[in-house]
Design a protein around this ligand. Structure first.
Ligand SMILES: Cc1cc2nc3c(=O)[nH]c(=O)nc-3n(C[C@H](O)[C@H](O)[C@H](O)COP(=O)(O)OP(=O)(O)OC[C@H]3O[C@@H](n4cnc5c(N)ncnc54)[C@H](O)[C@@H]3O)c2cc1C
Length: 441
């Protein structure tokens, strides 16, 4: 490979970084992915502590990943991950009520985050021109005349160096320092918005018995105002991966008794039954997530060519709604569409396109967060009305399989939220929700 041929650098080899590298390999003869961590070992890496907690891949994201990496779902399954039908093969409790079991046409790929990431990494580095360098951290940008021309890096035991590139993509996740890197080179940084939710997770694994959950492979109990939530899914090796969660400082404990007692306070008993019957295989591990953060790159008036931010570095969502990997995949697809029209004005075109997806997921998740009285934010009449309508949709989905299917397709980021606002659907939700009460506290 000619070292003068066009070069793209991706910083960060998480889900967003790997999908970006796969897209860039279609356009750049050389793509280098830089990762601060090492990939030794099969467990969660230091740089992605969230990988120790449930990582549900929504069907919208799975379908895009399959489009970018044909055959990947089958490879992840061959590596040990089960699949299930979202409502026919697993259980979703929305506002404490089980969504009616039915065929939805939605697949859930029950892979742990380390397994999904390792399979994606293998596919990325198989591509011609893609190089993955581990134990090398980026700490700034190189610019020339308002254009980013490379990235500053330091590798363990080596002197700091600059790596030249026609395009640098920041995929360093929610702790991204891209806004600061841009300021240092005199470029405009994005406005930032945060929604504080003070979410705590605690997760551990258990040995699964076939009779658990009547043989079904997953259960999700969504949080609701004043109530805790959790999930248990079967992951590789016939294990339950159980995550418990609570918002606004109500965090699950990390000792055995505390963890089990927290599970008993969920609105439904399914997860508590698993954790009291199954043998624990690991100790609970905690994670604290202060809030969702959105960087409005699309509002920057003058972009530095040669640089974009993608994935959590652009927007990091409340993990309870399991949107992050899917929105990263949507952004990778947006980048591919933009690159197919050339590289002129790439940042502006990319951020505009990506914002369409980010807007949808951001409105869904921050709107739902505002249903919790302790979350600070502006509750417009529209948000109040939508939240009350969504609770009715949960009640209606409990008794109406068609509505359960419609709702899950929106939650899985397959169909747009407007689907729930079609007049016939609104009428059906209001009619079917009558007389269905939420579980008592
Ligand atoms: C507790 C928790 C649970 C979650 N659950 C879900 C879920 O159920 N479903 C879902 O879809 N999403 C979930 N998410 C979100 C999901 O993890 C991310 O949205 C998704 O992985 C995309 O992130 P990313 O690739 O942008 O960043 P990350 O996955 O955080 O990857 C960033 C990478 O950049 C590397 N890096 C950082 N700084 C540097 C540097 N300076 N130089 C080189 N490398 C660097 C890191 O080591 C890391 O490998 C969850 C998040 C959290 C916090």
């Amino acid at each position: 490979m000619n070292s003068n041929s066009p070069h793209a650098v991706v910083v960060g080899a998480g889900i967003a970084g790997l999908l970006t590298a796969i897209v860039l390999a279609e356009h750049f003869p050389r793509v280098t992915v830089l990762e601060r961590d090492t990939f030794a070992g099969s467990d969660a890496r230091r740089g992605v502590p969230q990988a120790r907690h449930l990582h549900g891949l929504m069907e919208g994201g799975r379908a895009i990943i399959e489009q970018l990496c044909p055959g990947l779902t089958a490879e992840v399954v061959a590596a040990g991950a089960p699949t299930t039908e979202v409502l026919a093969g697993s259980r979703w409790y929305l506002s404490g009520l089980r969504a009616a079991p039915t065929e939805t046409g939605l697949i859930t790929l029950l892979a742990s985050r380390p397994l999904l990431e390792s399979q994606l990494r293998r596919r990325a580095i198989e591509l011609p021109g893609v190089t993955l360098r581990e134990r090398i951290a980026a700490n700034g940008l190189v610019a020339d005349g308002g254009r980013v021309t490379g990235v500053l890096v330091s590798a363990a035991g080596a002197a700091p160096e600059a790596i030249a590139a026609e395009l640098v993509v920041d995929c360093t996740g929610r702790a991204s320092r891209a806004p600061e890197w841009l300021r240092v080179i005199g470029a405009q940084a994005p406005e930032q918005q945060s929604v504080v939710i003070d979410l705590g997770y605690s997760s551990r694994t258990y040995r699964r018995k076939p009779e658990h959950l009547d043989g079904q492979l997953g259960v999700v109990v969504s949080t609701m105002p004043g109530r805790r939530g959790g999930g248990a899914i079967v992951v590789e090796g016939d294990k339950w991966h159980v995550t418990l969660g609570g918002m606004l400082g109500d965090h699950p404990p990390t000792d055995h008794d505390g963890f089990t007692a927290f599970a008993a306070t969920l609105p439904v008993p399914d997860i508590h039954r698993i954790v009291t019957d199954a043998e624990p295989l690991s100790d609970p591990v905690p994670h604290r997530f202060r809030g969702s953060v959105r960087n409005y790159f699309e509002r920057i008036a003058t972009h530095s060519d040669g640089f974009i931010a993608l994935g959590d570095s652009l927007c990091s969502f409340n993990p309870l709604y399991a949107q992050g990997m899917t929105v990263a995949a949507q952004q990778a697809l947006a980048l591919r569409a933009c690159l197919r029209k050339g590289t002129a004005r790439l940042p502006a075109r990319f951020y505009t396109h990506a914002a369409r997806h980010v807007d949808v997921a951001w409105r869904m998740s921050t709107g739902a967060d505002l249903n919790h009285p302790g979350v600070i934010g502006r509750r417009t009449p529209r948000i109040r009305l939508l939240n009350s309508y969504v609770t009715r949709a949960h009640r209606a989905a409990h008794v109406d399989p068609t509505l359960a299917r419609t709702f899950m397709r929106v939650a899985n980021l397959v169909d747009p939220p407007e689907t729930l606002l079609k007049p016939a659907t609104v009428a059906r939700i209001l009619w079917r929700a009558r007389g269905i009460d939420l579980p008592a506290e």
